[in-house]
Design a protein around this ligand. Structure first.
Ligand code: GLY
Length: 368
């Protein structure tokens, strides 16, 4: 097992990565469960797969799970579910010193974390991520949010968990499409500032995704360590360092908006295409060698990821995609920061991107 410290000033915690953590849930929580009843928020799919394992682990450790089981899917990150979850936590008489458990993917982690952030002005929570994407990205770093009619993740808070338990066993039951979508956030760390990790992924991704346990542990723990390093440097995205984690996300967000934030395009799939677009656009600006951009697209295609914008068959032009970007929460006084690259492992924040040029570039990619 790997234990990765997240050194946030005033709120440090560990991410524990290994196989069988859910079956040993009480031991892994390391004394944080101070009452017999343990409130757990999850979704129906995760409960069906892992509810009995957690129930047994808590029972064996002289605790009892009290479950709030929500519908799976992005629609659960809503005002209504947040309000009902808070009422439920209040009904369970959760106190500020108690820990609420978020057992699920990014939707459950974001909703539970936000509920914990505002419950009695803040109670503790433990992230138990059950998707690859949540293990390597959303469960670490304390971003919590719900969606509103104005857009995704526009209402939320920074609220760090007390502990993250990433059990690699859950990846065995994850649908292949979701596993691949999560892999987009793994390769992202190589592209941001770690060319050696990109090269490792290029050599090992196929075996890792097929289930090799030691490769999985390395991929997840290395990704978590990269994220931990970045969020410890810039918890609240004020210096620009944490913004690097948005690589591929501005393009990706536009694609998700154009496809209605639906199952037609998963978040990780949008990030995969978005990273290819960010590398190609960087090459078009002469910032990055075209060969590097080609290598990124080739790697993603060979891994089975969706990499090409034209393959989506969108019925729109580049200006329509740029219009979606203008609703991005990263808009800053009329400019939209983009994460571009000078090469693999050399991402940077660009504040001078010309949106008309981005639209022309996207016109070409849509027609490619
Ligand atoms: N997923 C981007 C971040 O946590 O900052």
């Amino acid at each position: 097992m790997a234990v990765i410290p997240v050194a946030i000033a005033g709120a440090p915690y560990d991410v524990r990565v290994g196989t069988g953590l859910l079956a040993d849930f009480v031991g892994q929580c390391r004394g944080l469960l101070r009452k017999r009843r343990v409130p757990i928020i999850t979704d129906a799919n995760v409960y069906a797969a892992w509810g009995a394992v957690i129930d047994k682990a808590l029972h064996d450790g002289a605790h009892e799970a009290v479950w709030r089981i929500l519908p799976p899917g992005e629609a659960t990150k809503s005002w209504d579910q947040l309000a009902a979850t808070l009422d439920w936590l209040l009904g369970e008489e959760v106190e500020r010193g108690d820990h609420v458990i978020a057992l699920g993917g990014g939707v459950i982690g974001d909703l539970t974390g936000f509920a914990a952030a505002i419950m009695k002005r803040g109670c503790h929570f433990i992230q138990v991520p059950t998707s690859l994407l949540a293990q390597v990205d959303s469960s670490v770093g304390g971003k919590t949010a719900i969606n509103t009619t104005a857009g995704k993740n526009l209402v939320g808070a920074f609220h760090q968990p007390s502990l993250v338990l990433a059990d690699l066993a859950v990846l065995d039951t994850l649908p292949r499409r979701e596993l691949l979508a999560g892999y987009a956030e793994v390769i992202k760390y190589g592209l941001i500032d770690d060319a050696d990790f990109f090269a490792w992924c290029d050599r090992n991704a196929a075996a890792m995704l097929s289930g090799d346990p030691s490769l999985r542990e390395y991929a997840v723990s290395h990704s978590v360590a990269a994220k931990a390093r970045i969020v410890a440097e810039d918890e609240r995205e004020t210096t620009g360092r944490r913004a690097l984690l948005n690589l591929g996300h501005t393009f990706g967000h536009a694609l998700e908006a154009q496809t209605g934030f639906s199952d037609r395009l998963l978040h990780g799939e949008a990030v995969s295409i978005g990273m290819v677009l960010a590398t190609k656009y960087s090459a078009r600006l002469g910032l990055m060698p075209t060969a590097d951009a080609d290598q990124v697209a080739r790697h993603l295609r060979e891994t089975g990821m969706i990499a090409d914008l034209a393959a989506l068959g969108l019925n729109c032009d580049g200006s329509a995609l740029v219009a979606h970007m203008l609703h991005d929460k990263k808009m800053d006084a009329g400019t939209l920061p983009f994460i571009l690259l000078r090469g693999i492992g050399a991402a940077f924040l660009a504040r001078d991107v010309v949106l008309d040029d981005v639209a022309a570039f996207l016109d070409g990619e849509l027609a490619a």
